[in-house]
Design a protein around this ligand. Structure first.
Ligand code: F3S
Length: 411
């Protein structure tokens, strides 16, 4: 615990109740975290992204915590968005949700909205207007969003917990540690990519392998780059998988990500991982190499418009036998509907699913028992967080499973 923490006059006033009791309680949370981290000052942030809002995950205890914190909050200091909840709030009946669960989820959303958090309900807040610039300090929870903000946008954030991100939104302050500090943004692991990356799932497999070695470090990728077409999807799949198999909050890719040049000057002494074969990355512990599935899931992280276009191109009307979700934000879903992509997906038997995520939805209660996915992150978490068997494969493998109900191989 640090006794060197110096609060500004404004921060002392907030603690004394100048912005209400809610803000005072929130600043107490940030102050306690800052003392544990041993920093001298609190760091102002430009935005927050709040996770941990699915009723399946936080239950009554979490809802009670949010209500308690919300009492006396008189608005946010900075813009903030919500991560996915546990259910699509508009299509829940068609997806097998229950009214009781929806009511609880709505209560959580309403408590957060009452404080000023935007109900974006997406893990891609950068698709819906919460998009920091290079160098901006932000307080984001949700590990895939953290990875994207740090690595692809060049913003700076720790892997905040949900309550800490909410406290940052209320106070405009966070703990300036971890990736906020330039010295913590330097590489610890060089990954020589010798395998060809053909689709975003390959980047997920690469991410699984690299994250397992990197742990909480900073990988630097070089070698075969992700293809220019769909590059963003590759980078998001990579970051999400590394955040799940390790605790990677930041990576660099030579010639691609904004800080790679600075990072490239600091490679000496880094461990080197050569990846010639991606097959072991498809063999995530707890997943199945083949078997029956009753749900196929794309959009972890939430799909971009480009990813939805690519998926829609590969589907034919009436061909899917198994429910197929393409998870995305409402904002991107509306753009997809404008282009007729939603209709194309529905004709094939798929649907755009919003507000939720395959890992935090109550899948078993909704009647699903085995999932195929092209996401390394979802494949990592489904067996452990949902106790649901998962098959991890590329887009073609997952679409094949959606046509037949049988997953036969990952690639
Ligand atoms: Fe997003 Fe859920 Fe995947 S929050 S990154 S869809 S695990």
């Amino acid at each position: 615990m640090s006794n060197t923490l110096q609060l500004t006059q404004d921060e002392k006033a907030i603690l004394a109740g100048a912005r209400g009791q809610g803000a005072a309680r929130a600043l107490e949370i940030v102050e306690a975290l800052a003392r544990i981290a041993g920093v001298d000052r609190l760091l102002p942030v430009r935005s927050a992204h709040v996770s941990g809002i699915s009723y399946r995950n936080i239950g009554e205890a979490g809802l009670h915590f949010l209500k308690t914190l919300a009492a006396g909050v008189e608005g946010l200091a900075v813009p903030a968005t919500m991560n996915p909840g546990g259910v699509d709030l508009r299509q829940w009946r068609a997806l097998g949700g229950s009214k009781a669960f929806v009511d609880k989820q709505l209560e959580i959303v309403s408590v957060l909205e009452g404080m000023g958090v935007e109900a974006a309900l997406t893990c891609a807040p950068y698709h819906v207007g919460n998009k920091p610039c290079q160098g901006d300090a932000v307080a984001w929870a949700e590990s895939s969003a953290v990875s994207y903000a740090n690595s692809v946008l060049g913003a700076r954030t720790q892997r905040e917990g949900g309550p800490a991100a909410l406290a940052a939104a209320i106070t405009g302050r966070t703990v300036g540690a971890g990736p906020h500090l330039t010295e913590n943004r330097m590489p610890t692991l060089v990954v020589d990519v010798m395998a060809e990356l053909r689709c975003p799932a390959d980047a997920g497999a690469l991410g699984f392998l690299a994250g397992s070695v990197a742990g909480g470090g900073v990988p630097y990728f070089r070698g075969n780059p992700p293809p220019v077409e769909e590059r963003d999807a590759f980078l998001r799949a990579l970051g999400a998988a590394m955040a799940a198999s390790g605790a990677v909050a930041l990576y660099h890719w030579e010639g691609i990500t904004p800080e790679w040049k600075v990072a490239s000057a600091r490679l000496a002494g880094s461990e080197i991982l050569a990846v010639r074969d991606l097959s072991p990355g498809f063999d995530i512990p707890g997943t199945r190499p083949k078997g029956h599935v009753d749900l196929v899931a794309f959009g972890c992280p939430h799909a971009s418009l480009a990813e939805i276009r690519a998926l829609a191109r590969e589907m034919e009307p009436g061909e899917l036998q198994v429910p197929l979700w393409v998870m995305t934000s409402r904002h991107v879903a509306a753009l997809a509907e404008d282009e007729g992509l939603g209709e194309s997906l529905r004709r094939a038997g798929a649907r755009l699913v919003c507000d939720t995520c395959i890992v935090v939805a109550p899948l078993k209660d909704m009647g699903y028992s085995a999932v195929a996915t092209d996401s390394g992150k979802a494949a990592t978490y489904l067996p452990s967080h949902q106790n649901v068997p998962a098959c991890f494969g590329d887009r073609r493998a997952c679409l094949r499973a959606a046509r037949t109900g049988e997953f036969v191989s990952g690639r």
